[in-house]
Design a protein around this ligand. Structure first.
Ligand SMILES: CC(C)(COP(=O)(O)OP(=O)(O)OC[C@H]1O[C@@H](n2cnc3c(N)ncnc32)[C@H](O)[C@@H]1OP(=O)(O)O)[C@@H](O)C(=O)NCCC(=O)NCCS
Length: 188
């Protein structure tokens, strides 16, 4: 990765840039519902952006990653959903996404998270230790695109629900606290 990329927590001044980076990253992605920027905004408004990191280059936000709490039907606590994760199209494949994911996982782990899960492209997330877990599912999401990484010895079983904010479809969709079932295109 280019050495002048800094990964840091989002500040209140980053919100617009994060919205723009997220929209740009997913713009040409066929599986995207193009609502990811609204999801990030709704997570923030709901106080559910547990970890929100930006990648900054030359003073400009060029990437972002979000982590938010999930609920699991077996009652497993302290699990988080990774995503959306975004890098500006012109700066992709330079290691910025890897830096955001690595730093983000370290951060949630430090918060005593027991694990992390995501809906994402097969082939990308296994390099970070994520795997498909039989018996751990998200309603309506094909099992091959749902991944989990346990930071503990155990792996939960059951149905995972992402935050209600994953239903956001427009800027004003500020989701109340609650759970949601994202489509395969919603979480990344
Ligand atoms: C996914 C994303 C965050 C990765 O960030 P990045 O900075 O491009 O990734 P890195 O440079 O750290 O890693 C590049 C590696 O990821 C792979 N990769 C990137 N996007 C991928 C994808 N959607 N599916 C599979 N592999 C992918 C590349 O092939 C590359 O692998 P290689 O190093 O073996 O060649 C970025 O490409 C992005 O914003 N994409 C659009 C939004 C998106 O798809 N978000 C995640 C949805 S699953």
């Amino acid at each position: 990765m280019n050495g002048d990329v800094v990964i840091r927590d989002e500040t209140s001044e980053d919100a617009d840039a994060i919205t723009q980076v997220t929209a740009a990253a997913f713009q040409d992605l066929e599986v995207s519902g193009h609502t990811e920027q609204f999801i990030v905004e709704a997570l923030r408004a709901a106080g559910a952006l547990t970890v929100s990191l930006v990648a900054e280059r030359d003073g400009r936000v060029v990437g972002h990653i979000a982590f938010s709490p999930v609920t699991i039907s077996d009652g497993a606590a302290d699990w988080y959903g990774l995503g959306p994760v975004s890098v500006l199209p012109e700066l992709q494949r330079q290691g910025i996404g890897t830096a955001l994911i690595t730093a983000g996982l370290a951060r949630v782990k430090k918060l005593c998270a027991r694990g992390c899960c995501l809906v994402g492209h097969p082939g990308y997330y296994t390099r970070f230790g994520f795997r498909n877990v039989p018996g751990l599912t998200v309603e309506g999401v094909p099992p091959e695109v749902f991944f989990a990484l346990s930071f503990a010895d155990d792996m939960p079983q059951g149905s995972v629900s992402f935050h209600e904010a994953f239903r956001a479809e427009k800027p004003s969709d500020v989701a109340p606290t609650g759970a949601s079932q994202p489509s395969a295109a919603d979480t990344h």
